[in-house]
Write a protein that binds this ligand. Structure first.
Ligand code: GLP
Length: 242
């Protein structure tokens, strides 16, 4: 462990995970109603989003009215409305269930110029207060696949085969995506605060790699340890090899 490894590690019982992360999220939102937060999609944050949506429905207080949600990453080559699209999924699981919803900055992957869309999103991803992140089985964060570096901006990326296959097999895409656009590690490391969300025994080895072995491009998530305010919210299964 180096001096840079000053992250806050919270290993939680699975049954409490979503509720504890939701408490922390709402605390941040209350402290800063104009919160600018980057959100991931995927299976990991789904229970958290369900919890946040349920709480908002139970006690609607307009907490999200002034907040801005910046999408973490998006597939290229999936048609608008595809159920696996990250924008569709985030709306379905969270944004459409909040009243009123926060401002949503999606990634304009339907534009004719992907590089320009990435550049525009790089601007949107500057000055984040908080970045929530999932962890890919190959160590990716967002679509910062192995080989990514801490100085990387938001950009068009080639996807690892496992990520392309996951779009269909795990997320129900109608066709294989051709690539992706991701908020880069540079923007994530600049965020005031970063949270890494990790659940399930299948993530235990990659979480150990990300947190306990020397940082390196084979596991882009390992670079998050450079962040001065990183919190890792793991359930007990994901944290079992730490
Ligand atoms: C996906 C996304 C990431 C996500 C990660 C983990 O491919 N690009 O943003 O966080 O992989 O996904 P899951 O939470 O479904 O395991």
């Amino acid at each position: 462990m180096s001096a840079a490894d000053a992250f806050d590690l919270r290993v939680l019982p699975a049954a409490a995970w979503a509720s504890v992360v939701a408490d922390a999220f709402i605390e941040r939102l209350r402290a800063r109603p104009r919160l600018r937060v980057c959100l991931p999609t995927g299976d990991t944050p789904a229970p958290l989003y369900a919890e946040l949506a349920a709480r908002d429905a139970l006690a609607p207080d307009g907490a999200y009215a002034q907040a801005t949600v910046v999408l973490l990453d998006e597939w290229l080559g999936l048609p608008p409305g595809d159920p696996a699209r990250c924008d569709v999924r985030l709306r379905r699981e969270l944004l459409d269930r909040l009243a009123p919803p926060p401002r949503f900055v999606e990634i304009d992957v339907d534009a004719s110029d992907d590089a320009l869309a990435a550049l525009a999103h790089d601007r949107a991803a500057r000055g984040l207060d908080l970045a929530l992140l999932g962890l890919g089985m190959n160590g990716h964060v967002g679509f910062n696949e192995p080989g990514s570096l801490p100085g990387d901006p938001t950009r068009v990326v080639r996807l690892a085969r496992s990520s392309r296959e996951a779009a269909i097999a795990r997320y129900g895409a109608v066709q294989a995506p051709t690539g992706g656009i991701t908020v880069g590690l540079a923007r994530l490391l600049e965020a005031e605060e970063a949270w890494l969300l990790v659940t399930g025994a299948h993530k235990a080895p990659v979480l150990r790699r990300a947190l306990r072995s020397p940082e390196g491009p084979d596991c882009p998530a390992s670079y998050l340890r450079r962040h001065p305010r990183l919190t890792v919210f793991a359930d007990e299964a994901a944290g079992s090899e730490l």
